[in-house]
Design a binder for this molecule. Structure first.
Ligand SMILES: Nc1ncnc2c1ncn2[C@@H]1O[C@H](COP(=O)(O)OP(=O)(O)OP(=O)(O)O)[C@@H](O)[C@H]1O
Ligand SMILES: [Mg+2]
Length: 195
């Protein structure tokens, strides 16, 4: 039996430089999502958790605008590849509502479930989930985003997640050093010398 590395060995940490980049990152992850998945979002207050969920929804093909579920415990979004359930359990009474709801209703296996401040209800989280931690940096528009797999279901997907996120950022950032590849030129077609 192969020994799995500790969960954090396959974590990915990236930097987004605008709300739009955070949405794009989340949208880029959406192809690996399946019903029954749970994503727990954590990190600084106001760092971009809801913004991340907006990108996930868009990536799933959901047209409705995702807003913070402030007045209701959970908000469902339909019309995409799979239905999405969005919760925010920051306030303690919310956490209690989820606990009262019970495991089966909280984790409907036909939905992709995204929970802001998921750690508040950590005993309710399934062992396999993706933890997304978003934190502020010194720059107003820059966020540090860590994608931390929990459980085999997510560990196994991290190589794909890595490819998807790398592709995204090398495509949107012209200044990315990863874009500087040596272009193949047939014999006799040497590039003009700049000297
Ligand atoms: N790189 C970035 N990624 C995401 N949001 C950003 C970024 N730069 C600036 N922002 C701004 O930060 C704010 C994030 O708000 P959002 O509601 O998504 O945060 P949140 O983590 O859900 O907040 P809360 O903790 O209240 O639930 C938005 O106003 C967004 O425009
Ligand atoms: Mg929020």
């Amino acid at each position: 039996m192969s020994k799995l590395p500790p969960d954090n060995d396959r974590s990915i940490t990236l930097e987004t430089r605008s709300p739009e980049e955070t949405r794009r990152l989340a949208a880029a992850l959406s192809p690996v999502l399946l019903p029954g998945d749970l994503i727990s979002l954590t990190g600084d207050l106001g760092a971009g958790k809801t913004t991340f969920v907006q990108g996930l929804a868009a990536g799933l093909g959901i047209i409705d605008q995702v807003t913070s579920p402030t007045y209701i415990l959970m908000k469902e979004y339909h019309g995409g590849r799979f239905p999405l359930m969005h919760m925010d359990v920051y306030r303690l009474e919310r956490a209690q509502e989820v606990i009262d709801l019970g495991y089966d209703e909280f984790l409907d296996p036909s939905y992709i479930v995204v929970v802001e401040w998921g750690e508040v209800i950590s005993p309710m989280l399934p062992p396999a989930h993706l933890l997304v931690e978003i934190n502020h940096t010194e720059d107003d528009l820059v966020r540090n985003i860590s994608l931390v797999p929990r459980g085999t279901r997510w560990l196994d997907r991290m190589p794909t997640v890595s490819v998807l996120s790398n592709e995204l950022f090398s495509a949107v950032r012209d200044d990315d050093p990863r874009l500087r590849v040596d272009v193949f030129r047939p014999e006799g077609q040497k590039p003009e010398s700049k000297n």
